[in-house]
Design a protein around this ligand. Structure first.
Ligand code: HEC
Length: 117
């Protein structure tokens, strides 16, 4: 038997399986536990432990905000598109993965903009 053909008989189905697995993984598979850890370590001091009780009224509440918005805000600070010395410095310490995890975490906490009915 041709060794190349027998190889492809084994390898191709394996490859196909890998592609299916990758396609089934959501684009943002954020790690909420990692987000929470970072949030407590680096963000809680200013934004509050629950993301809703900032130490100064001029500091924004993060909890319950849209996940995409939070990612976008952090990226803008990091790239100095949104200029703020405090958050610029904070965002520069974050990787893209950190941002996704933090945004996923804060977006899932109850925000002040939603009301119990
Ligand atoms: C030293 C205080 C401080 C720390 C620490 C801090 N922030 Fe901030 N954060 C601020 C201030 C002040 C602003 C408002 C800046 C502005 O006017 O753009 C802000 C704004 C933000 C915004 C924009 C919110 C909005 O509604 O547009 C996000 C998102 C954010 N912070 C996330 C974080 C995350 C995530 C961390 C932890 C990695 C963090 N911050 C740590 C002070 C802080």
């Amino acid at each position: 038997m041709n060794p190349v053909r027998s190889m492809s008989r084994v390898v191709l189905p394996l490859l196909a399986g890998t592609v299916l697995l990758l396609a089934a993984t959501p684009a943002t598979s954020a790690d909420l536990a990692a987000g929470e850890k970072l949030a407590i370590e680096r963000c809680a001091a200013c934004h509050g432990k629950d993301g809703n009780t900032p130490i100064d009224p001029s500091y924004p509440r993060l909890s319950g905000q849209h996940e995409d918005y939070l990612v976008q805000a952090l990226r803008a600070y990091k790239q100095d598109e949104r200029k703020n010395p405090i958050m610029g410095a904070q965002a520069k310490l974050l990787s893209r993965g950190d941002m996704l995890n933090l945004a996923a975490y804060y977006a899932r906490l109850p925000g002040m903009m939603s009301h119990a009915r």
